[in-house]
Design a protein around this ligand. Sequence first.
Ligand code: MN
Length: 193
Amino acid sequence: MGLTRYFERRNLKHSGEPGDDAKEHDAPIFVIHEHKASNHHFDFRLECDGVLKSWAVPKGLSTDPREKRLAVETEDHPLAYASFEGVIPEGEYGAGPVLLWDEGPFDNATRQEGRPVTLTRALEDGFAEIRLHGHKLCGGYVLKKFDSAEGDDKWLIIKKADDEADARRNPVSTEPQSVKSGRKIDELKEQDQ
Ligand code: MN
């Protein structure tokens, strides 16, 4: 996809969001932004091929393997977005506070016919298995594309039944603090970014 749509949708001078000036990490990283735009959602992002592949997850990720969470693919974001936290001003695309809810390295564990495949290939084929090493979320998750109709690619993101699975945890509601600033989303101010 590349970053064309990212730059088309924004005026970075006004929005305060980052441009394209970060280097790839030695180990690829994931981030989850909590984003209180016109609708409240979580943005799940995975480093892949020099950008952050991105999905809007209305309910956020679950630690319960029985919960299938809808993840709607959105535009690729620049790697520099991985450390972004702040408030996108009124009138800009996605106006509202953006909180760095979780971050960390991840491993691609996708296999096809018993063989490992690259994340690029896995995402193109609509099925990826990853292992997160975050502050709040750890262990295996599966991303599965189930619908490409009407322009938006729709995926499900599901916790694997592994040692880190825990149906009793609900970090989306019980762990609202930013891993960057310790604040909650309503405590972010425009001048913070
Ligand atoms: Mn968003």
